[in-house]
Design a protein around this ligand. Structure first.
Ligand SMILES: Cc1cc2nc3c(=O)[nH]c(=O)nc-3n(C[C@H](O)[C@H](O)[C@H](O)COP(=O)(O)OP(=O)(O)OC[C@H]3O[C@@H](n4cnc5c(N)ncnc54)[C@H](O)[C@@H]3O)c2cc1C
Length: 374
């Protein structure tokens, strides 16, 4: 059957890759464009644990908890095993608080949230000895709250799999930076250094770079960049069942099955789109992580990752149709939780294009609040 609509998905991070994957299963011609420089998804730490966040915004929490719950479906759609995967696995998360009273308060919040989010799994307060049994590098006197449904995800492996499957469904992938313009009231022109093509529908999943993409259409976007850096280490251990460690501060520790272990990440608001690693910040995070888990001293540093997160002024993400542009869709402002809800947002963008009802009400994440005529 001839493919009907020509769709460009710009951005190959978690939102663009998921959107393209789901669209490629339908009767559309799908082209994916991705510059890749500074991509948040491939730099990300990989923690999926929204339930123990103390953020109070209801819409944010709804998106984050449904986003975490969506992962098992995504893995099934990708034919990826749920219990033994380098991409995504529910290994549990351990959240630390300096004061015992704060940990108890967090436990109460968690147990309340568990009623609506069974995917959190079991909730329990663990002693230092119990923590060490789960995470052998640990050596400290702090207790922690354990949520067995917490997970870790490898953003690079996940987007690679999504894009590979989209390509095997007929999509085309161009590793290019593009510029967007409008040819008439319904069509858009995408121009890269190698080609020019028109599309019926364009999805801008370009994270922190949305303002520069929409500027030629005289649209101003409330998005600012935030730099995030982390350290990647290697340990010759079987860490496939080790939980994610979330202490207070920036030094989260995320072990992966293949010997990779991540420490990070920073949240730097005054650096624009800069991607230069800063040794002092990275060393500080590493030293703090080693205090909690001295076994990390034996790990080898294998890399540094730097990416740019996208934030709105009220820290809320948005997605849907761009005002006055019925064939132009976007999502941005995913902040530091975009790996958690990026796949669900990508799924919803594909639902909007197909005319299906969306997993969550679009009115709760209004694009028009953040994109205005300039
Ligand atoms: C260091 C760090 C740690 C993080 N840790 C976590 C975590 O543990 N858990 C969690 O849930 N979230 C985490 N996040 C947040 C999460 O990574 C992001 O919110 C999410 O990946 C954003 O996805 P996105 O698809 O919107 O944007 P991105 O992943 O940034 O993708 C946008 C893509 O668009 C491309 N692009 C931009 N302009 C153009 C153009 N003109 N032409 C072509 N392509 C273009 C970019 O190059 C990029 O590849 C972290 C982020 C960072 C930086």
């Amino acid at each position: 059957m001839a493919k009907t609509k020509k769709i460009a998905v710009v951005g190959g991070g978690i939102v663009g890759a998921t959107t393209a994957f789901y669209l490629s299963q339908k009767n559309y011609t799908v082209d994916i464009y991705d510059d890749g420089v500074g991509q948040a998804t491939s730099a990300a730490a990989g923690i999926i644990c929204p339930w123990l966040s103390q953020r109070r915004n209801k819409e944010w929490y709804q998106l984050a908890s449904k986003g975490a719950a969506f992962y098992p479906q995504l893995m099934r759609d990708l034919n990826e095993p749920l219990d033994d995967s380098d991409i995504y696995q529910q290994v549990g998360t351990l959240v630390f608080k300096k004061k015992a009273s704060l940990l108890e308060k967090l436990e109460k919040i968690a147990l309340k949230r568990l009623e609506d989010a069974p995917e959190m799994g079991e909730i329990s307060l663990l002693s230092p000895k119990e923590i060490k049994a789960k995470f052998p590098l640990y050596d400290s006197e702090e207790s922690a709250l354990f949520a067995s449904g917490g997970a870790r995800v490898d953003g690079s492996l996940l987007t690679k799999k999504l894009i590979d499957q989209a390509i095997s469904n007929g999509a085309h992938y161009y590793p290019d930076k593009i510029a967007l313009s409008q040819t008439n009231s319904t069509n858009y022109l995408i121009r890269s250094t190698t080609q020019e093509k028109t599309y019926d529908t364009v999805v801008l999943a370009v994270g922190a770079w949305l303002p520069e993409l929409l500027d030629p259409l005289h649209l101003a976007v409330d998005i600012r960049p935030q730099k995030g850096q982390l350290v990647q280490l290697h340990l010759p251990e079987d860490m496939s069942q080790w939980p994610v460690i979330m202490p207070e501060g920036e030094k989260d520790i995320i072990p992966f099955a293949n010997g990779k272990i991540i420490v990070g990440a920073t949240h730097e608001n005054d650096c624009g789109y800069d991607l230069t690693p800063t040794k002092e910040k990275l060393n500080l995070m590493l030293e703090e992580a080693i205090e909690l888990a001295p076994g990390l001293k034996n790990a080898t540093i294998t890399g540094i990752r730097v990416g740019t997160r996208a934030y709105t002024s009220d820290f809320a993400p948005f997605f849907g149709v761009v005002p006055d542009h019925p064939n132009l869709l976007t999502a941005s402002g995913l902040g530091s939780s975009g790996l958690t809800f990026g796949p669900l947002i990508g799924h919803m963008l594909s639902q909007i294009i197909s005319g299906d009802s969306t997993d969550l009400p679009l009115a709760d994440y209004p694009v028009e609040r953040y994109i205005k005529r300039s």
